[in-house]
Design a protein around this ligand. Sequence first.
Ligand code: FAD
Ligand code: DHB
Length: 391
Amino acid sequence: MKTQVGIIGAGPAGLVLSHLLRRAGIESVVLESQTRQYIEERVRAGVLEQGTVDLLNELGLGQRMMRQGLMHYGVELRFSERGHRIDFKNLTGGKGVMIYAQHEVIKDLVGARLSDGGQIIFEARDANIHGLDDEKPVIRFTQSGSPQELHCDFIAGCDGFHGVCRNSIPSDVLRVYERDYPFGWLGILAEAPPASHELIYANHERGFALLSMRSPKISRLYLQCKPDEDLDAWPDSRIWEELQKRLATRDGFTLSEGPVIQKGVTGMRSFVVEPMQFGHLFLAGDSAHIVPPTGAKGLNLAVADVRVLAAGLKEFYANGKRELLQRYSEICLRRVWKVQRFSWWMTSLLHKFADDSEFDRRRQLAELDYVTSSRAASTTLAENYVGLPLE
Ligand code: FAD
Ligand code: DHB
């Protein structure tokens, strides 16, 4: 097989890239190791930045999102049992975020790509890449047990954190920056009407809690837990009890409860590799960087990367220039590090750290008080949350 851009991974990065390339008249083939059903059902992110929403609409992929998604123009920060709203619309000149599940985005992107004749090969196993230094790299993989080769001009490594692309770059070329956090998130989906119209990020002395949602009937809730938390120790009744405590307010807020339909634990880390490119390989999304989920940035950052990559490839195929492609990593990393900073900051502001002293606790509460009472500080949070402008 032959194509212009071989894309490994059908997550948000790989699929958005394939749509951007199609719009620019550039051919691509997406190789995905999982089945279509698996990627269309995997429960993950839920918050789309304004820029991500606008891009999906621009690409003609936003109809279902605009019908079923929930546009939010603020979030609540809750601490000392009181809520404080950060008004995005007012602070950012009208911007907001869309609450729309990542797997719904995936369904929309896969459906549209296949119906416009695009090629996504599911269950493409054992992908490995060769010839990154040559003019014509190749991806070898197996499909239904038989070996295949995809020859291409460029490879987009959109295969997530556990993929193969990052490790195909010689280790002496890559520099890794990382930080682990001493906690994780226990997340549930529940058949219960969300107890608030907007997301609530709660700092509580028992640990962080987050109320989010998927629809007017489905809540998505998260609790700070141990990084290796055993789900068996968390029957539904204990999860609700803990959420009720962490989200309680002085004026009697109660969470609506209902059947738990999905449960999982996510670890938290910050991770960046530099550079994000090597020869004809370009890493995008989680294959190059991971953020802790507190800022709701992972998916959005993946989309921002492939916008830069698509622009570089477009320039190359239109007039043979490689300037933008050569600056891919440098351009992406400026945003990546700002988003890393924001995600780290939100995480530090809202979680309980085991070794916190009473001083640290007071400082954290003072910071929350400052962020919610100063227009300048609220604006900092708001403009990062709705998404910084693209370079
Ligand atoms: P992925 O979505 O991981 O996609 C990579 C794809 O590559 C996968 O489909 C995988 O199957 C495939 N693949 C892997 N290896 C291979 C291989 N060898 N060959 C072929 N295919 C391969 N982000 C937000 O923006 N907002 C949020 O609210 C948010 N909340 C989150 C909540 C949770 C619980 C979790 C786990 C994540 C959350 N994130 C959030 C992060 C977000 O889900 C990821 O950052 C995003 O999925 C990254 O997209 P990606 O395309 O880079 O990688
Ligand atoms: C959701 C996930 C996040 O990481 C976040 O910060 C906010 C909301 C969600 O899944 O709805």
